[in-house]
Design a protein around this ligand. Structure first.
Ligand code: PMP
Length: 367
């Protein structure tokens, strides 16, 4: 397949850029998966081959994340949004004490009303008064010992804020939406009771959401949940409860192999991601009379770099000129505007180097 150079300059917030070698295998698989001889779009989810795909993907994720044996790895539908509801339906229904939620940005805010539909919620900290430009320090946080669980978002995709530590108490189940930094770096994943992440940022296309859940979390789940929304039913069915998104799961498998074999695991992935974000933040800091970073320094995300220019008109010109130069996906989220460069796993350092050059030139033309 001839490389499409525009793919390599795709800074989209999600669905995001995927590695070229994965795209090549996907292209081939659309015609025929080599070991099956059929198109990936026409292989039964009940085939032995697909059961092996799910089993290998689970094993790859377990080994990349170094997960203990009492965790299950699930591949679900409904996006991260469905997890906003599935979680409280499992853990909050009928509870008198509130679950602790952090409100650190757009996406953690979206989880709140869904939880409130089901049971009591306490906002343990809110970044709203500060316009979601920073995250809390430990001194600002106090977590309830009797909360059914703590929920937070590790990386706020819209505002470009990322926690660089694990939050919460060890005696309260920790639940984390890692949609936009999943498998981007190593972590103490065994300190979480449940982690969820849709695929379409770092690990694949839209259509599948990975849930990593510790067995003990589900012991008191109600028996009245719809089967599709019951983690235990999904576990029993090995993620093939109904027709799963076969194509999306296969692409995630290819990305997991790429992470393992071409990148060399999560520590190596983190090194690359750190270097990419360091370069871009350095460019912002060196030009802070023109490019204004959104996030407080200590909370800067390695995945989403959000910034502003001196005025919205210049931001529009920047986005248009960038597009003409081959860069795509740089417009900030519709809720806050500005510019956002997303540096997901599949984006190469060379793309950031080109963006930084472009930013230099744009500044000299418009200062
Ligand atoms: N959580 C986070 C952190 C996100 O970035 C997004 C979407 N970008 C969502 C949840 C919602 O995900 P979905 O569209 O898969 O439901």
């Amino acid at each position: 397949m001839p490389n499409n150079p525009l793919n390599s300059l795709n800074f989209s917030g999600g669905p995001g850029v995927l590695p070229e070698s994965v795209l090549q295998q996907v292209q081939e698989a659309i015609r025929a998966v080599p070991e099956v001889g059929l198109s990936i779009l026409g292989i039964s989810h009940r085939s032995d081959w697909f059961a092996a795909v799910v089993a290998e993907l689970e094993a790859n994720i377990r080994s990349l994340m170094n997960l203990p044996a009492d965790y299950h790895v699930l591949f679900l539908q409904g996006g991260a949004t469905q997890q906003f509801s599935m979680l409280p339906m499992t853990l909050l229904a009928g509870q008198a004490t509130p679950a602790d939620y952090l409100h650190t940005g757009y996406w953690s805010g979206k989880a709140l009303p869904e939880a409130r539909r089901v049971g009591p919620v306490r906002i343990a900290w809110s970044g709203q008064p500060g316009g979601f430009r920073h995250l809390p320090d430990d001194a600002e946080l106090d977590f309830q010992a009797d909360a059914p669980y703590l929920h937070y978002v590790s990386n706020e995709t819209v505002e470009g804020l990322q926690f660089h530590r694990v939050l919460g108490r060890d005696d309260v189940p920790r639940i984390c939406d890692m949609s936009s930094d999943f498998l981007s770096a190593p972590g103490d994943f065994e300190r979480f009771s449940l982690i969820y992440a849709h695929a379409q940022k770092n690990i694949g296309p839209a259509g599948v959401t990975v849930v990593v859940v510790k067995d003990a979390l589900l012991k008191d789940a109600p028996d009245t949940l719809p089967g599709f929304l019951d983690y235990r039913a999904q576990i029993a069915a090995h993620s093939i409860y109904n027709t799963p998104p076969v194509f999306a799961i296969y692409v995630v498998l290819l990305v997991s192999r790429w992470l393992r074999d071409e990148i060399g695991g999560l520590a190596a992935m983190d090194q690359r991601n750190t270097e990419k974000s360091r370069l871009l933040y350095q460019a912002l800091d060196d030009n802070n009379d023109f490019y204004l970073g959104r996030a407080a320094g200590k909370d800067r995300s390695k995945m989403n770099v959000a910034f502003n220019l001196p005025n919205p008109e210049l931001e529009q010109e920047f986005i248009a000129a960038a597009l003409a130069a081959g860069f795509s996906g740089l417009a900030g989220h519709r809720s806050i505007g500005g510019i956002r460069a997303s540096l997901y796993n599949g984006l190469q350092l060379a793309a950031v180097e080109k963006l930084v050059d472009f930013m230099d030139q744009f500044k000299s033309r418009n200062r």
